[in-house]
Design a protein around this ligand. Structure first.
Ligand SMILES: [Zn+2]
Length: 361
């Protein structure tokens, strides 16, 4: 018998496509819509798992490409999976590494069978096939796994997008059948590609929907296209996916994009931005502005980053102190500002949920 892969929609907004849901995974329930912090190398950079939990994060992302190269699947398997290895008890989603193969590695060669490339760490030759990428993620015991795909660079000529989409579909079907054979509780999401071409997006959504994956992701967005194009393609692609399955836009997580996506029925988002900008001294302030803490005007400022913010950083430290830590290049600066930024995104999503879905009780 196939595992249930239970996704329960608990509430729908009568005025938009927004919905609340519960996604049941082997490591607990994820309450959607949800923002997922990124922990590429099995760590949300600069934060302990306890600090990540305190931001109310329910699921984090890790990266198959990075973890396959270092420390390698054998080490993680030795620990019985990523959860034990990194001491994170809640759900983990791993992306397939396709994006990193195409953005980080050298000497790529793509065939119907898979992709060979050179590691960006030591130059060694590595092959990723659809089956191998599933095996890697099952050895990590990720709650949600993603199939190998090609995230075609933007912009690209339509011919190239179409050619790579066909290969992506071949790979995804192979991954799906292999995963189905394994009959595991780990979820497998499909990834819709097709660049900025509506007919290709439609073809991809229809083809992948016919395969009955338990969840669906929209890939190849947030790759440098203008905001209107991003929104246009979310609005176009989301309704093409099965309504009763979770929908995830990969790489989307700017606070200003979240409300639109949630109203279009998107359930899951991830973005490296909150922690990445924190390490460069940028923090979210009211109105989704991003402000650099090293500004002179914060030198004597006793207020928290954001008034009313309930995060550990805002409850305990002033802008002046954070500015000092950052200017003095102290490690704690990145940690405290990452805590605030992730908390800010979690709260933004919660605020949108309340605004859209509690109004009509
Ligand atoms: Zn805060």
């Amino acid at each position: 018998m196939r595992h249930p892969y239970k996704f329960k929609i608990t509430k729908k907004d009568p005025h938009s496509k927004a919905r609340l849901g519960e996604l049941h995974t082997p490591h607990g329930v994820i309450h959607t819509p949800i923002f997922m912090p990124v922990g590429t190398q099995a760590t949300v950079k600069g934060m302990t798992p306890g600090q990540v939990t305190d931001t109310k994060a329910e699921v984090i992302l890790a990266n198959t490409y990075h973890l396959a190269l270092r420390p390698g699947p054998k080490v993680i398997e030795e620990f019985g999976g990523l959860h034990n290895f990194m001491n994170w008890k809640k759900p983990i989603l791993t992306d397939s590494g396709g994006f990193q193969v195409f953005s980080l590695s050298g000497m790529r060669k793509i065939t119907e069978e898979g992709v060979t490339f050179r590691s960006h760490i030591d130059g060694s030759k590595i092959e990723f096939t659809p089956k191998k990428v599933i095996d890697l993620q099952l050895s990590f015991n990720s709650d949600i796994i993603m199939p190998l795909d090609i995230c075609t660079e933007f912009p690209s000529p339509k011919k190239k997008v179409a050619r790579e989409l066909n290969i992506t579909h071949t790979w995804e079907k192979e991954a799906f059948l292999y995963w189905q054979e394994k009959n595991v509780a780990n979820w497998l999401f499909a990834i819709v590609q097709g660049g900025m071409h509506k007919d290709l997006r439609q073809e991809s959504a229809e083809y992948l929907s016919s395969l009955d994956f338990p969840g669906y992701a929209i890939g190849g967005l947030s790759v440098g296209e203008p905001m209107e194009v991003l929104e246009e393609y979310i609005a176009y692609t989301a309704p093409l996916l099965p309504e009763n399955k979770p929908k995830y836009v990969m790489g989307l997580g700017l606070p200003e994009n979240l409300e639109f996506a949630i109203r279009e029925g998107i359930d899951m988002f991830d973005c490296v931005l909150p922690t990445r900008i924190a390490r460069h001294g940028q923090v979210f302030m009211a109105g989704h502005t991003r402000v650099n803490i090293k500004k002179e005007c914060f030198k004597y400022d006793k207020s928290p980053i954001q008034d009313g913010c309930l995060c550990y950083t805002c409850q305990n430290f002033s802008r002046a102190y954070l500015r000092h830590l950052f200017v003095a290049k102290e490690m704690l600066a990145g940690t405290l500002m990452s805590i605030h930024n992730i908390h800010y995104l979690m709260e933004t999503v919660n605020g949108i949920k309340k605004k859209i879905l509690d109004t009509y009780r």
